[in-house]
Design a protein around this ligand. Structure first.
Ligand SMILES: [Zn+2]
Length: 87
């Protein structure tokens, strides 16, 4: 069984492998911590969406992006299969 820190690193790699939770740009994405220092709070974002500070400041939208990211990781589905996007 992996130590917790390795599981966090493994999770971040999975986050990076899915599409952008905002615009559905194909991966690899960047992993953005919605709660600083909490790697399980990472959402998948493309470089363009990561630079949109106004969007990231909206906590409800950030929470939706987290839901989209985790759903894609756990269910292994793409945008066309989930049709979920955080906007
Ligand atoms: Zn994007």
């Amino acid at each position: 069984m992996l130590p917790e820190i390795d599981k966090e690193a493994e999770h971040v790699e999975r986050v990076k492998s899915v599409e952008c939770a905002r615009c559905n740009a194909p991966g690899p994405s960047l992993a953005y911590e919605t709660i600083t220092g909490q790697r399980f709070s990472c959402v998948a974002l493309c470089k363009k969406c990561l630079c949109d500070d106004a969007w990231l400041a909206n906590r409800i939208i950030a929470a939706k992006a987290l839901q989209t990211t985790v759903h894609r990781i756990v269910c292994g589905k793409t945008h066309s299969q989930t049709n979920r996007t955080a906007r």
